[in-house]
Design a protein around this ligand. Sequence first.
Ligand SMILES: [Zn+2]
Length: 312
Amino acid sequence: MKFPDSYSGLVSLLYLFIGGNVPAQTPTVHQTENVILITLDGVRWQEVFTGADSTLLFDRTYSPDTAGAKKLYWAATADERRKRLMPFCWNTIATQGQLYGNRLNGNKMNVSNPYWFSYPGYNEILSGYADERINSNDKKNNPNTTVLEFLNNKPAFAGKVAVFSSWDVIEAAVNEERSKVYANSALEPVSPARTATDSLLNEMMIAAPSEFAGVRSDVLTYYTDKNYLREHQPRVLFVSFDETDDLAHAGRYADHLRILQTLDRLIGDLWATLQQMPRYKGKTSLLITTDHGRGHTPKARWKDHGTKTPDS
Ligand SMILES: [Zn+2]
């Protein structure tokens, strides 16, 4: 697929990778035996690489408690700000792994689909190709075979692939029906609830207010997935978070930073958990990316994305 040159100036994907280094002397042996894919919906490269954006953080429209937000997220340099916002990313991934997508250094990660919103992005991440038929966020089963389905059909991975998502459309993006990949989405309970923790998670899902329609809180998605990881030890896990995008659309910049900081901490917790489990320690790669960026228009500022919003 060909795109005009102007598309190449757009940031849409950033890509983080830690672990899985293959020793040079053993080129045929892969250290990675398990892969965990994490997506942070609609997170911009700007926040990841330069931390809080002063034009939004100090604007009461987007950050009503400006003084409070300044205390939490502001620092004089981009290096300090990004460490403050995403300490796991900058203290661990940046030193032990790889980061891509810092456009200030001319390093560009772009989506190749022509739409610049979620489902086309998730299809592209999961199937490896942009597909112009995936042109809405409607919850329709993905006609494409995802890498998750491909692996789940291999004897070595059968039943060892799982998906946890805050957004319900993700279970259609992985075509749970056809692929038979276990996908737990939005407010779907843990089933069967076999342990006290399973039951507690289900109670919390009913009790916790859902701020956005069809979306489970990312914190609950995380703990549901962590519980599954401990109980079932999948070889391939896809965890799809969502609230960063909803909060950005709502124009709540300080809240958007808060959930991004929380997710950074939870990813750090996941990494620490993996290093305590023999099944995962030293042989698990963590891949973190996003489905699209966010653009800029004078009216919507950073809130929107899509083809009508340049730079998304
Ligand atoms: Zn969005």
